[in-house]
Design a protein around this ligand. Structure first.
Ligand code: HEC
Ligand code: HEC
Length: 339
C-alpha cells in the first residue's frame, strides 16, 4: 500500500513536470551581445558600442525631457515590463493626443532592416526623429532638446565622454539607437528547448503548438521565420476587406502595397497586446482564430493566408506556443529597466 502511495505521488510529479514545463533560469545577456543561435548585432561604423554611449542612450530613453511639455518619454509607449510596448490600442502622446497606430515592441529591433510598420525609416538613428517630431508623440524639436541638454552639466559631461562633443542631434540620435540595439531577447522557454539547454522548459501543449506553427499546414513560417520570427517583408494578413490605414503604400505609392504591414516579431507577444497595426485584436486566441478562419479577402491578401480549420485543441496549443516566446530574463533585466 505504501509503495503504491509513493508511486502515485511520483506519477503526479512526472505529470506535473511534463504538463506545466519547468521555469527556465533567468540569465542576463552581457550588453551588446547576441543570444545563442542569433546573428551578431551590427553596430554601424559611426556608432560603435561603448558603455558611455549606452548609458547616455538609456538616460535619454527614460527622460521626459524629450517631450515638449516634459510629460512623457520613449518609455511611456515602450514600457520595459511589456517588452517595450504598451497596452493601448493607440498610444497617447503629449496633450493626450491619440496616435494612429499601435506601439510595437522594441524586442530585437537591432535586427530590423528598416523601421516602423510601413518600413519607411532606414536606420534606428533616423527613427529617433520620428517620435520626437510627431504631434501625437513627443511633439518636440530635436534642436530645442539639444539646447535644453546643453544647460544640464551631467548631460554635457556624458555627451563628451560618449561622442566627444556637446549634446546635439548627432549625439541624441546615436545614443538612443545604441541603447535600443541592446534590447535583445532570446532566452524564452522556446529558446531553452530549441538550443537543447532545457527540454522541459515548454509544456506538452506548447510543444504541440510549436510543431503546428512550423508545419506547412499552418503556414506561419512563410512570414514569421528566423530567430526573430519575422522575415521583415510587407504583407497583408487579411484583417479586413477595406483598411483605414494604407500601410506600405504610403512609402511606395503602389496599389500593390496597399494595406501591407511589416511582419512583426512574435517574441514576447504574450506581453504586447493588443495586436496588429491598429491594436484591433485583444488576445492571442483571437489572433489564432483569425488565421484559422483564413482572412477577409482584401485584394492584396497574401496567398499564404488560407482557412486552416484548426481544432479547438490546435488553437489552444498554438496560443501556448506563442506564450513560450516570453522571455523573463528580458523584462526583468535591471540593466534595461529605469534606474
Ligand atoms: C506616444 C507614444 C510613443 C512614444 C512617446 C514613442 N514611441 Fe516609438 N512608436 C510608437 C508607435 C505608435 C510606433 C509605430 C509607428 C508606426 O509604425 O506607424 C512606434 C515605433 C517605434 C519604432 C519602430 C519599431 C519597429 O518595429 O519598426 C522604434 C524603434 C521606436 N518607436 C522607438 C522610440 C524611441 C527611441 C522613442 C523616444 C525617442 C519612442 N519610440 C517614443 C509610439 C511611441
Ligand atoms: C502572409 C504572411 C503571414 C502569415 C502566413 C502569418 N502571419 Fe502573422 N502577421 C503577419 C502580419 C503582416 C502581421 C501584422 C499585421 C498588422 O500589423 O496589421 C501579423 C501579425 C501576427 C500577430 C500579432 C503580432 C503583434 O505584435 O501584433 C500574431 C500573434 C501572428 N501574426 C501570428 C501568426 C500565426 C500563429 C500564424 C500562422 C497561423 C501567422 N501569424 C501567419 C503576417 C503573416
Amino acid at each position: 500500500m505504501r509503495n503504491f502511495y509513493y508511486l502515485f505521488i511520483l506519477t503526479c510529479c512526472a505529470a506535473l513536470f511534463s504538463c506545466n514545463g519547468t521555469e527556465p533560469p533567468i540569465e542576463f545577456l552581457p550588453l551588446g551581445e547576441s543570444p545563442e543561435g542569433f546573428p551578431d548585432i551590427e553596430f554601424p561604423d559611426d556608432n560603435r558600442f561603448s558603455s558611455s554611449r549606452w548609458k547616455l542612450g538609456k538616460k535619454l530613453f527614460y527622460d521626459p525631457i524629450l517631450s515638449s511639455d516634459s510629460s512623457i518619454g520613449c518609455f511611456s509607449c515602450h514600457n520595459a515590463s511589456l517588452a517595450f510596448s504598451d497596452d493601448k490600442k493607440f498610444s497617447f502622446g503629449v496633450n493626450n493626443a491619440e496616435g494612429k497606430s499601435n506601439a510595437p515592441t522594441l524586442t530585437n529591433v537591432a535586427y530590423h532592416p528598416y523601421f516602423n510598420r510601413d518600413g519607411g525609416v532606414p536606420t534606428l538613428e533616423m527613427q529617433v526623429l520620428v517620435p520626437i517630431q510627431e504631434h501625437n508623440e513627443l511633439n518636440n524639436n530635436i534642436v530645442e532638446i539639444a539646447e535644453k541638454l546643453k544647460g544640464i552639466p551631467e548631460y554635457v559631461e556624458m555627451a563628451k565622454q560618449a561622442y566627444n562633443r556637446e549634446p546635439d542631434a548627432f549625439v541624441i540620435t546615436r545614443a538612443l539607437a545604441t541603447f535600443e540595439r541592446t534590447l535583445v531577447s532570446g532566452n524564452s522557454p522556446y529558446d531553452y528547448v530549441n538550443t537543447g539547454r532545457l527540454n522541459s522548459a515548454m509544456t506538452r501543449s506548447a510543444k504541440r503548438g510549436m510543431e503546428l506553427f512550423f508545419d506547412e499546414r499552418s503556414g506561419c513560417i512563410n512570414c514569421h521565420s528566423g530567430s526573430n520570427f519575422t522575415n521583415y517583408s510587407f504583407e497583408n494578413n487579411g484583417l479586413y476587406k477595406e483598411y483605414a490605414d494604407s500601410g506600405r503604400m504610403r512609402i511606395t505609392g503602389l496599389e500593390e502595397d496597399r494595406a501591407k504591414f511589416k511582419v512583426p516579431t512574435l517574441r514576447n507577444v504574450e506581453l504586447t497586446a493588443p495586436y496588429m497595426h491598429d491594436g484591433s485584436m485583444q488576445t492571442l486566441e483571437e489572433v489564432v482564430r483569425h488565421y484559422s478562419a483564413g482572412g477577409n479577402g482584401h485584394i492584396n491578401q497574401s496567398p499564404f493566408i488560407n482557412s486552416l480549420l484548426l481544432s479547438e485543441k490546435d488553437i489552444a496549443d498554438m496560443v501556448e506556443f506563442l506564450k513560450s516566446l516570453t522571455d523573463m530574463s528580458f523584462t526583468t533585466n535591471a540593466n534595461l529597466l529605469e534606474d
